[in-house]
Design a protein around this ligand. Sequence first.
Ligand SMILES: Cc1cc2nc3c(=O)[nH]c(=O)nc-3n(C[C@H](O)[C@H](O)[C@H](O)COP(=O)(O)OP(=O)(O)OC[C@H]3O[C@@H](n4cnc5c(N)ncnc54)[C@H](O)[C@@H]3O)c2cc1C
Length: 412
Amino acid sequence: MAFDLQYTQTFSQRGQLTADANPMSQHTTKHAEIYSAIIIGAGQAGVALSHCLQQRGVTHLVLEKDRPFAEWYDRRWDSFAMNTPNWMNVLPGEQQPFAPQAGRKDFGTLKDAQEYFEAYLRVARPPLRIEEVKSVGVNRDVSWQVTTNRGIYNTDNIAICTGHARHKKIPPMADDVPGHVPQLHSSEYRNPMQIETAHVLVVGSGSSCVQICHELAACDRFDTVYLAGSGNFTLPWSILGISTYSLMRALGVFKITRDSWLGRMMFPRLLKKGDPATPPSPRRLDKNYGVRRFGRVSAANCTEIHCSDGQVIPTQDLSVVWCTGFRASYDFLDVYVRDGVLDKDGVPIHQRGVVAKAPGLYFVGLRFQHTFVSQDICGVGQDAQYVAEQIVARSVGVARGGSGWISPNPAA
Ligand SMILES: Cc1cc2nc3c(=O)[nH]c(=O)nc-3n(C[C@H](O)[C@H](O)[C@H](O)COP(=O)(O)OP(=O)(O)OC[C@H]3O[C@@H](n4cnc5c(N)ncnc54)[C@H](O)[C@@H]3O)c2cc1C
């Protein structure tokens, strides 16, 4: 059944949502199942939040369009290595350690990650349904309505955990790359055998780019490996003999919050430039494997790809691997809900994942949602706990007959 609500909604200054519903809404909500909370997405954010809600006795449902932890099955290359050491990879609740047979300071493989998430699923046991959420809107009574490809649900609280990597981000100039040049995104790359040309261009500057470029350069299959990008800062594995991640933990880097002065200074820059990359640095790739380094790709024509440093790359017998990242998107949010919940760039407006303008709407798993590591395995648990507490507090408020709205900012 299609979602057929035509609201004239306004978000009042008190953060209350009001709606003049079309009479059709009575019809569409009639057969809906009702839950205290609904979570969209069963990646680490959604499953961690489900675990936290179960601990607090909140009846909820997790809706996943694909399969739990799909990202770690469908979008990583075969030789993928974790960027974070094993000791950091911990989701909330009792579970086996990440890659138990390896050292705590080692960096796990893709298989380690999959095994860890499978074990976590057995612990967390989320109340899961494989359904794709098509739209999220607001009912006349200010509860939320979720429409999937299979049915309709009503809920007081809705948590969006659909990840920050929903869509591939590829620069528009890729359209000008001639048709004879095979192109693929890092999420489609699996191993060097996929690439049949003599030369390969890897575009990007983050950890994915470095890992893929390293593999392509080391495999001896290609005449030339080009690397084009702005060159992010490379985080060394260790500083003065101490593991960089241990040092960052000791210095409290993982606890820097978005609202602190350091966070306000650092996070916008990181969001714009991307996270520091893991080794080897582009310089090392050049030195050890003869990778040819170029500036950012800026334009393309039938025969050449132009870079910002004035160099050109011939397109003959060339493939391109775009390691240019991802973007989130919330196109399933009803257009009236989107207004006031997302900014002009489509980024959620929130305080620690709580949306002030739309009581009962939450996000978990956003980049820098609260701390430097919010989007990582080690950071998502803290945000999930916080959002779960907000859901409980709101549910108590709703049960007492109020709007259930509580401010995430005690000073507000
Ligand atoms: C290449 C790469 C490497 C990374 N390496 C590390 C690392 O080493 N260590 C670390 O800590 N972090 C790492 N991360 C960061 C982070 O751990 C992952 O991005 C992680 O997958 C984020 O989890 P999530 O739950 O927020 O989102 P996702 O894993 O993307 O999960 C979102 C889920 O929502 C579902 N969904 C989306 N839309 C709908 C819909 N409409 N209806 C129903 N379901 C929907 C999707 O199918 C998906 O399963 C890495 C990220 C990337 C991209």
